[in-house]
Ligand binder design. Structure first.
Ligand code: GLN
Length: 225
């Protein structure tokens, strides 16, 4: 497992209210990132990028609401800070969700996609499959992915790039990973496999955003001289 090419450790926050946040943290540490489990709004100021983990999107949004995190998280996404939603996290980021619980759930939105929330059925229908992806990895022969009550992307806006798809036994192709600006979303759980390509991609996105931020600060300093 290689380390990502980082200039200085990146501070990556993982929303740690419910779901698979520990596994994301383990993988990020192996790649050289510094991990912060985010439970309070003030912690958002300490991080360079944020992961919304898989779990149960209704539970995550209810806890986030109770702990005063929904608006700060919406603000984080709106200001273009790097964010990656896996599974439930993809649902939270989606602009439109089909199959929401009665009464709905507070979504963060921002990502111009429509998702079908429990497309593949119940927990018992969880499965693993190889994906078709443009994200190549020399070290890994195929992109094996774990799907647990996973959503699929049923529509994407013009600024959204599909990164991976899954062909189901009926021959239909479903988009399961997308990127839009500094937002990444995967319907599956890369943190539950040994395939680090998605985590490395996210760290590259965060590093890129941090470099942009640094050069903007330098420009501002120069202007104020
Ligand atoms: N479909 C689930 C939800 O609505 C997400 C499942 C997952 O994150 N593994 O929250």
């Amino acid at each position: 497992m290689g380390r990502a090419n980082l200039s200085a450790p990146l501070n990556i926050g993982i929303l740690a209210l419910q779901g698979a946040f520990i596994e994301h943290g383990n993988m990020l540490r192996q790649l050289g990132a510094h991990v912060i489990e985010v439970r309070r709004p003030q912690q958002l100021a300490q991080i360079d990028g944020l992961i919304l983990p898989g779990g149960e999107s209704t539970a995550i949004s209810l806890i986030a609401e109770r702990w005063g995190l929904i608006e700060p998280l919406r603000h984080w996404v709106k200001t273009g800070k790097p964010v990656w939603g896996t599974c439930a996290g993809m649902i939270l980021l989606a602009g439109h969700v089909e199959g929401q619980k009665a009464g709905g759930q507070s979504l963060l939105g921002g990502l111009d996609i429509r998702v079908n929330r429990n497309y593949f059925g119940r927990q018992a229908d969880s499965f693993q499959a190889n994906l078709e992806t443009t994200l190549q990895d020399d070290g890994m022969p195929a992109c094996r992915a774990v799907f647990i009550r996973a959503p699929v992307v049923t529509a994407i806006g013009p600024g959204v790039e599909p990164l991976a798809s899954l062909v189901t036994p009926d021959g239909r192709k479903h988009i399961v990973a997308v990127r839009q600006d500094s937002m990444l979303a995967t319907a599956f759980h890369p943190e539950l496999t040994r395939d680090t390509r998605w985590h490395r991609l996210f760290l590259e996105m965060v590093e890129h955003a941090r470099q942009g931020e640094e050069s903007r600060t330098m420009d501002l300093n120069r202007l104020s001289c």
